[in-house]
Design a protein around this ligand. Structure first.
Ligand code: ZN
Length: 130
């Protein structure tokens, strides 16, 4: 019994040292994805690039106060991201138009179309108008 206990502790410790670098690498990959997405958002805000519908998660009900497009965020944005006006992310905002500022996840809760409590509600457009 004592031997089994010691053996298991040793095996667990060994596995943990194998897992640690994998966990670290996975976080690096997520961070790189998040950085790339944040760069694309900045380009979209500058009118110099856009996201496709399938790359975005939409709000269940919350819309931009400026143009009433649904709020959205890109899938790989990471936990320190924000909601944006989807017209901006999709590259469909009219020149000179005003839109809701970024709504940080950390400060405001916006219900996502992915939450079961949204009961299928979404601001996602069926297609992007030209
Ligand atoms: Zn807007």
């Amino acid at each position: 019994m004592e031997n089994e206990e010691e053996r298991l502790k040793k095996e667990i410790k060994e596995l943990e040292t194998q897992i640690e670098p994998k966990r670290k690498r996975l976080h690096e990959i997520w961070e790189a994805k998040s950085d790339a997405v944040k760069e694309r958002i900045q380009r979209a805000i500058q009118g110099n690039g856009h996201f496709e519908l399938h790359e975005l998660i939409f709000a269940a009900k919350s819309r931009c106060k400026g143009c009433s497009s649904g709020l959205a965020y890109p899938k790989d944005i990471g936990p320190d991201g924000a909601w944006y006006c989807s017209a901006i992310l999709l590259g469909k905002a009219a020149r000179g138009s005003t839109h809701e500022a970024a709504i940080r996840f950390a400060f405001y809760e916006v219900k996502s179309e992915k939450q079961t409590s949204a009961r299928g509600a979404t601001t996602r457009p069926a297609t992007i108008l030209p």
